[in-house]
Design a protein around this ligand. Structure first.
Ligand SMILES: Nc1nc2c(ncn2[C@@H]2O[C@H](COP(=O)(O)OP(=O)(O)O[C@H]3O[C@H](CO)[C@@H](O)[C@H](O)[C@@H]3O)[C@@H](O)[C@H]2O)c(=O)[nH]1
Length: 259
């Protein structure tokens, strides 16, 4: 019987699989009651073999290998769908999301429908090595999501949701990276049912980010859909125009700081 599930979308993450698994299970309050599921898109880098070794060592870990689909969000949806736990946590494989924070998510999930990992809290320091370019992109993306939700880090990929709420979300947008934002809106989570868990966002030391220009375009598309869903067509167009102007002004300002 498993109550807690940790879902990890993974693409070419062989070298991160063992440290993530061992650190996670060492940190858990209820390791016997927890499963870890990697959702891999046919990386063929030895990830499957590494998970088999970890299983043989007694870890409750599985790997789902998809051969026809690609993408972070759709991998998370697949993992959440297959998970046996009532309490679901999603985290990246690359150790930028510290496994030691997962127990805090499960603890908060017992009393809240949704738990968001936040990098923007006075309790944590933002890693200074995080590239400037990524900070600017993240600030712009955060601003564009502001009319949709009041959470402090709507771009976060480290989050948890109760399975019943995940099942309530209709027409989830499984493209791109922003599955947490999509679920927050589409599962109609009340602000009073959302908790935030601060965490220090580290720097990836092994492997590479898969965040591409295409993923950013998916985000713009997803925003349009979420604005429509939440506000209707006319308000959606007005808000998008206003935010586009603000985004350009913010980028011009930030660019002026670096030149
Ligand atoms: N299965 C699968 N997994 C994927 C895919 N693309 C990425 N992943 C996995 O998803 C996780 C995050 O991907 P990264 O490429 O490392 O993302 P990032 O640039 O570090 O961005 C992360 O941090 C952002 C905060 O700045 C988040 O906004 C973003 O959602 C993500 O969590 C990693 O475990 C990676 O292997 C894919 O196509 N398929």
């Amino acid at each position: 019987m498993v109550d807690f599930s940790v879902i990890v979308p993974a693409y070419h993450e062989h070298d991160n699989i063992r440290p993530l698994t061992t650190r996670l299970f060492a940190a858990l309050d209820e390791p016997k009651n927890t499963e870890l599921i990697f959702v891999d898109d046919n990386s063929r880098d030895g990830s499957v073999e590494e998970v088999e070794k970890l299983k043989a060592e007694g870890y409750n870990v599985e790997i789902i290998v998809r051969t026809k689909e690609r993408g972070l969000s759709s991998a998370v949806v697949r993992g959440f769908t297959d998970a046996n736990g009532q309490y679901l946590v999603c985290m990246d494989a690359d150790l930028q999301h510290p496994p030691e924070r997962v127990p805090a998510f499960f603890h908060a999930l017992k009393a809240n429908a949704f738990v968001l990992g936040t990098r923007y809290s006075p309790e944590v320091a933002m890693d200074k090595d995080w590239p400037f370019f990524r900070r600017v992109i993240s600030a712009g993306a955060r601003m564009l999501a502001r009319p949709l939700t009041t959470v402090s880090d709507p771009m976060s990929g480290f989050f948890g949701i109760q399975k019943d709420y995940f099942l309530k979300a209709n027409n989830v947008n499984a493209q791109g990276f922003k599955i947490a934002l999509d679920l927050l809106i589409k599962a109609q989570i009340a602000p009073s049912s959302i908790a935030e868990v601060p965490f220090s966002f580290g720097v990836r030391t092994v492997g590479e980010s898969k965040l591409t220009g295409k993923v950013m375009l998916y985000y713009v598309d997803q925003l349009k859909e979420l604005y429509l869903y939440k506000f209707g067509a006319v308000t959606c167009v007005l808000v998008l125009m206003l935010l586009a102007v603000l985004a350009v002004l913010a980028l011009v300002y930030l660019a002026s700081l670096v030149v």
